[in-house]
Design a protein around this ligand. Structure first.
Ligand code: 0A1
Ligand code: ZN
Length: 879
């Protein structure tokens, strides 16, 4: 293995030159594109040479103030850049380069997809297009001219405003775009191809009219309406909640089928994975609709949090990502509107955080929200940067209140609009706008790991006082052995024996609250409540007020009480999960010991009440009845036994199903949605609950009647949500009953790539699908490793979402993993690196599995030609 340099946050140096203007001309062609760049540079910091980044470029010519530079005396060219020796104080540099988009399988820089051309520049893709200081703190005004064949590339788009277009002498056509805002290179974008759009004029709060467009391949215009609605809702929401207005005359979304991630916030020209744009009721599920709304929101919100104010360096990535995820989460919650809808949305966010981020934070890739070093920045687009980063932002709001948070945001923009700044700048704006000292809060950015907060309670009958004692700790993470205490907001309430909120009088305070935020800043602190007439049940960490593990020795009856009565819907759900988790962990032990399994009635009765409570939101009932996933149980296990986890969870599912068969059947019938499909939260919630009921009904697989219920649903479904849910239930049985509906499904949607992804994914994630079947599916003519969505739908679904087969005892799943990592490494290192992370936790598995995982990891580590992306990860994992 060759050694690859590590980049350190402490080494940050401002760039010595200012680039006031960048003029780009593209002669576009899939085989050979020529890029003419002209930049105006002025030295602003001492230094000598001018360094420009490059990655795989061919230099055709370079001129300084009109004079051709000599490779002997004027510049040095190497693999990762160009050094111009001793340039003057102020000058114009003109460079012509060549790239080959149709040879670019990395999907970074300029690349081809279905005959059209797209760019992806974040984080370091611009250097694959032209020589430039490809770092976020170099902000420039861009003028872009695109020239191309008028038929093949009829649509030519770039950032900002279209200022000119026409026909060239050689018959090609051109379009000229000017982006009035200076921006870093990672926000540059162009699109050229045969595309069509849905467009609408839209009036902003200020009365200004803007043009909104959603561009797609021909044939997809019947799937753009929801993205357009989501965009309009996002614009309105940012005006209302944060007073932030769209600053351009035109805002474009373009869908592309080959894309490494979800979407990209390029200024005025957002480029999206088709998965997060295209939807109609025939092809998209309720979850797809919700994801589209949140991703459209996310990219739109970046226009202020990321684009207007950007990051000084990539160590500050969470400055824009954590904040923007927080904003998109709040947007999605507000779009549902009701309190219980907000809770449902919060529960979904917390589930991902716990299942994926908590485990990242406990493994070899644990890193702080603001990392101190990296090898490959693409490996740092993580759940820690995004989701934990969003929790960190949410804690400001919990500590300062909504109004205080808004004041902080206003000050942040007043101070930093047009600048590239740091996480410290954001924290300072929050603190200064509210007159608060948030110095200790910095540790959320600098220390990795999930804090554990252990709570003890004491009730003094004589004094009528209730004391909560909170103690925090945080386990060591790579490179960080000792942690200092965090500043943790813990929102609490107290319930009386009737389930009513007790008024809270913290000692020394005269006014009462229903819920209050305890600020834990020391290792241990006690909080005393006065005027508590009887022993309460504490509702702790309401709405999940901090990204911590909360430990409290709840009794089963206390949990059942909270599940039945807590006014904080998040904690109602949480109580149900605690009850389920305790039982599942016990069942796992029993499976391992070969003991008989059993499930007590307290749990069944407690969740039964929720299932049958028609006053509760169906979406909430669905969440309460959903058991913690196998991945969550793995995360909670000291030593992971995927097979015992699977058996235990299946047993519990079957018991629930058997005991509540009638209730599920009734719920199934009562929650049918009729009429025209609508993706709104109420209808989606009903479908979710109904389909959960169906899954339980079919989990006793011998039941022919229930199988025919699912078959009928497959045949009669009026939307993709219902069709896919019923099909999934059939596939999970592993029976012949799934064969025909699967084939029909394929036939019905053979020309819709996103639906065929679902077809692959459904099979790959079924516990009945073994690695041989996955290999067989890879030989299907529709399988294509070059398309990330397709690779994810089959390979990632198997490795991530089918633990019991992936962790087959003979290690066949791991051998498959190694093969696919290596195959992808040669095509698309970013996607390969994502797959590597499946084995993050190999050291937590049972010894026999561990040994086989290690073999697979070593196979990858010892291969030649590893990308930086894959190498960084396997090195860290094997350390
Ligand atoms: N900034 C984008 C995420 C993103 C990052 C890298 C990419 O390269 C392939 C693409 C997208 C976001 O947060 O949405
Ligand atoms: Zn983002």
């Amino acid at each position: 293995m060759q050694t690859i340099p590590t980049i350190f946050r402490q080494d940050y140096c401002p760039y010595p030159f200012k680039i006031s203007h960048l003029n780009l001309i593209f002669d576009l062609d899939a085989a050979h594109t020529h890029v003419h760049s002209e930049m105006l540079l002025t030295r602003v910091n001492p230094g000598s040479d001018l360094l420009l980044h490059a990655d795989g470029l061919s230099l055709l010519s370079i001129h300084l103030d009109g004079r051709e530079l000599s490779a002997v005396t004027d510049y040095v060219l190497n693999d990762d850049g160009l050094r111009v020796l001793n340039p003057p104080e102020s000058f114009t540099l003109s460079i012509v380069t060549q790239t080959q988009p149709d040879q670019n399988s990395t999907l970074m820089g300029l690349y081809a997809s279905n005959g059209n051309l797209f760019t992806q520049c974040e984080a370091e893709g611009f250097r694959k297009i032209t020589y430039f200081p490809d770092r976020p703190d170099v902000m420039t005004q861009y003028t872009v001219e695109l020239r191309a064949d008028a038929e093949q590339y009829s649509v030519l788009l770039s950032n900002g405003n279209l200022v000119d277009e026409g026909v060239l002498d050689d018959g090609r056509h051109y379009a000229k775009w000017i982006d009035p805002f200076k921006k870093p290179s990672y926000l540059f974008a162009l699109v050229a191809g045969k595309l069509v759009c849905q467009e609408e004029k839209f009036i902003l709060a200020s009365g200004r009219e803007v043009l909104l467009q959603v561009w797609v391949e021909d044939g997809n215009l019947d799937k753009t309406q929801h993205a357009m609605e989501s965009l309009k809702n996002s614009i309105r929401w940012d005006e209302q909640r944060f007073g932030l207005e769209l600053d351009l005359d035109r805002f474009m979304i373009v869908a592309v089928s080959d894309f490494n991630m979800g979407a990209m916030e390029n200024k005025g020209l957002n480029i999206f994975n088709t998965k997060y744009v295209l939807a109609n009721s025939r092809v998209a599920t309720d979850i797809d609709y919700a994801n589209i709304e949140s991703v459209v929101g996310h990219e739109y919100f970046h226009n202020w949090t990321g684009n207007r104010v950007t990051c000084q360096d990539w160590f500050q990535l969470s400055l824009k990502e954590g904040l923007t995820v927080f904003r998109d989460q709040e947007f999605s919650a507000d779009m549902i509107g009701t309190d219980s809808g907000r809770a449902v949305s919060r529960i979904g966010d917390v589930r991902t955080l716990r299942q994926v981020q908590f485990s990242e934070d406990a493994g070899p890739m644990a890193h702080p929200v603001r990392p101190d070093s990296y090898v490959e920045i693409n490996n740092f687009y993580t759940v820690t940067i995004y989701e934990k980063g969003a929790e960190v932002v949410r804690m400001y709001q919990t500590l300062l209140g909504r109004d205080g948070f808004r004041k902080g945001m206003d000050l942040y923009f007043a101070r930093h609009d047009g600048c590239a700044v740091t996480c410290d700048d954001f924290r300072a704006a929050m603190a200064d706008a509210n007159g608060r000292d948030l110095a200790q809060f910095e540790r959320w950015y600098s220390q990795a790991g999930t804090p554990v907060v252990t709570v003890k309670s004491h009730y003094d009958t004589d004094l009528q006082q209730y004391t909560l004692t909170l103690r925090q700790s945080c386990a060591p993470t790579p490179g960080q052995t000792d942690k200092s205490p965090f500043h943790i907001p813990v929102t609490v309430g107290l319930l009386d024996s009737n389930g009513q909120e007790m008024p809270l009088y913290l000692v020394g305070e005269s006014s009462a609250q229903a819920s209050c935020v305890l600020e834990l800043t020391d290792i241990e602190q006690s909080f005393v409540f006065d005027r508590i007439p009887a022993l309460p049940t504490p509702s702790l960490l309401r709405n999940f007020s901090a990204p911590v593990v909360l430990e409290y020795a709840y009794s089963d009856t206390e949990l059942a009480h909270l599940l039945a009565h807590d006014s904080d819907a998040f904690n109602r759900w949480e109580a149900g999960q605690r009850l389920a988790t305790q039982r599942l962990m016990q069942l796992i032990k029993s499976v391992q010991a070969g003991e008989a399994l059993s499930l007590d009635s307290l749990y069944l009765e407690a969740v039964g009440l929720v299932l049958n409570d028609e006053n509760l939101d169906p979406a909430f009932r669905e969440l309460v009845l959903t058991l913690p996933s196998e991945a969550m149980l793995a995360e909670l296990s000291a030593e992971i036994d995927p097979h015992a986890i699977h058996v235990a969870r299946e047993y519990m599912r079957q018991q629930i199903s058997a005991h509540m068969h009638k209730d599920f059947y009734q719920v199934y019938q009562a929650n049918q949605t009729m009429g025209v499909y609508s993706p709104d939260a109420i209808s989606a919630g009903k479908r979710g609950l109904k389909n959960l009921a169906l899954a339980y009904l079919v989990s006793n697989d011998a039941d022919e009647q229930m199988i025919s219920l699912a078959l009928t649903q497959v045949h009669e479904a009026q939307n993709m949500t219902d069709r896919l849910a019923a099909l999934a239930v059939l596939v999970r049985t592993g029976d012949e009953c799934a064969i025909e509906p699967l084939n029909d499904f394929y036939q019905d949607f053979a020309d819709d790539a996103l639906v065929i992804d679902k077809w692959f994914s459904l099979q790959a994630s079924s516990p009945k699908t073994d690695v041989e079947l996955v290999r067989q599916l890879m030989r299907h003519p529709d399988f294509n490793l070059h398309n990330p969505n397709r690779a994810r739908s089959l390979i990632f679904s198997f490795c991530h979402a089918n633990p019991v087969q992936f962790h087959a005892k003979d290690g066949s799943g791991y051998a498959f993993w190694a093969e696919q990592v290596l195959a992808l490494n040669a095509i698309n290192p970013q996607v390969a690196a994502r797959l590597v992370r499946v084995l993050d936790h190999w050291r937590k598995y049972q010894p026999a599995l561990q040994a086989r995982m290690q073999d697979a990891l070593l196979t990858v580590a010892n291969s030649v030609g590893l990308s930086k992306d894959v190498q960084e990860l396997v090195v860290k994992m094997l350390k």
